[in-house]
Design a protein around this ligand. Structure first.
Ligand SMILES: *Cc1c(COP(=O)(O)O)cnc(C)c1O
Length: 222
């Protein structure tokens, strides 16, 4: 199947749900991103800063670029001029740098708090206490150029649907808790980014608003 056919098939499964598609374009050349764009995709996810910064000028300006991989503070400056959402916010330090660099460009960068939901030790992310410490900090409350719009998580890579579903429910629970406590009046705090090629349908059933899908669109990454 072509990129366009794959996107259309996924969009069909998302139709009537709360979820939007983030096309994960990492490792793929710009021509394939253009194909996805022509097929209607507008939200693109990359996990390497240099790669995103190189591709961004080659695509139309209405693409929303989402950083989905861990982001080092010293690299924020390379994407601050254009990135729409950093889905991998895992520290106050990173938020401070995003705020500073966004201010330089007189813009606002959206952020999702990334939670650790998987069993695997290697997957990074916050726990609820750490997230609340960020939200309660005076530093965060002073920020004017970052806007937290929700949460993100990566489930365990496992065929065990019960486990994966429970992890998505956990992330949804974190979202609900933060929404109630810190963002009840803030309509822009509304995103739950969860689900990838292997598990996005489960994620959508559990309330995902952003699914991050790569290999189901482009084939496996070499
Ligand atoms: C690569 C990646 C994806 C997409 O994975 P696929 O299995 O190819 O759909 C989603 N989220 C994150 C954080 C990724 O790094």
């Amino acid at each position: 199947m072509s990129i366009a056919e794959n996107i259309a098939a996924i969009e069909q499964t998302l139709h009537g749900t709360a979820a939007r598609l983030v096309v994960v374009t990492k490792t793929h050349p710009v021509e394939r991103l253009r194909e996805a764009y022509v097929a209607g995709a507008r939200l693109f996810g990359e996990n390497r800063v240099q790669e995103m910064a190189a591709k961004q000028p080659e695509l139309p300006a209405d693409v929303e670029w989402h950083q989905i991989g861990q982001l080092q503070t010293n690299k924020v400056k390379y994407l601050a001029a254009f990135v729409h959402t950093v889905q991998s916010v895992d520290s106050l330090r990173l938020l401070l740098e995003l705020d500073k660099q966004a201010a330089r460009h007189q813009r606002t960068i959206n952020g999702l708090l990334q939670f650790h939901i998987a069993q695997e030790e290697t997957k990074t992310g916050l726990n609820l206490d750490e997230a609340e410490a960020i939200l309660q900090s005076a530093d965060y409350q002073r920020m004017q150029h970052v806007r937290l719009t929700g949460v993100m998580g990566i489930a365990t890579h496992s065929p065990d649907e019960t486990l994966v579903r429970a992890e998505f429910q956990q992330l949804r629970h974190y979202f609900d808790k933060l929404k109630r406590t810190y963002f009840a009046q803030d309509e822009s705090f509304r995103e739950i980014s969860m689900g990838m090629s292997a598990d996005y349908q489960l994620a959508v059933a559990e309330g995902s608003t952003l699914v991050r899908v790569g290999s189901a669109i482009f084939g496996s990454r070499s």
